[in-house]
Design a protein around this ligand. Sequence first.
Ligand code: PGA
Length: 272
Amino acid sequence: MNQAIEEYISSIVKEVVQSELQYMIPKRRTLVVANWKMNMTLTSTTTFLDELSMAQEKCTVVICPPFPLIYSTKFLLNKNKLPICVGAQNVHWKDKGAFTGQVSAGLLKELDCRFVIIGHSEVREFGETDEMVNLKVKQALEIGIDPIICVGETQDQRERGETDQVIKGQILEALKGVDDLSRVIIAYEPVWAIGTRLSAKPEQAQEVHQLIRETIEGTFGQVAEQIPILYGGSVNQDNASSLSEMNDIDGALVGGASLDARNFANIVHAFD
Ligand code: PGA
């Protein structure tokens, strides 16, 4: 066969194989998650969702309102035809029982919560241990809700050079005994960056995101490549796109800036 034809055929074969491979290796999900914390009321949620304009984005957009607003947020999202999921800010590890003030994964599932934030530093501060985080992660997975597991070092720990050790410990404890990691999401939230307007620099965050991926890979293998690792801590519409350019930053967990509809939409667009 003429060499030119041979080269032409082999280039076509290569192209076809590459495009097929692209479909065979699942791409990591990108997520932008609003953590409303103890903010918003029924009235402000209605206004927010009236102001929010969002087309079908490539990334998954999630709003985690306070518990009593989950049902109405879901209702208003449907009414306004917004392609956004609801999530919760916490969950208990037991199915049900005498646990005043707690909420079960079963109830969250019934309310169509697809995601739940677990291990947020503001919850850990009130006594949530790594062991509790682990039990909650297992319970969420068991019930069919994707856990967003938060890890992060404090300012003191960073200054003492303990960041790597703290992060590795939190990750491995949270995932202890978890067999299937395909629905797990991690959020790196340095405690010193939360609500301080002092976001980690993109390269600084990337370093820890890479450490998280390597830590997971070391124990659980290749699945680490598929796990979305979100960054959280003073993300806003001005720093979102530089964070999104980092290899291992697959989205954001947004607190303060998620309370403003336009700011939140701009963050989503930066990651889309
Ligand atoms: P922040 O909060 O964006 O206000 O810093 C992030 C978070 O705590 O999830």
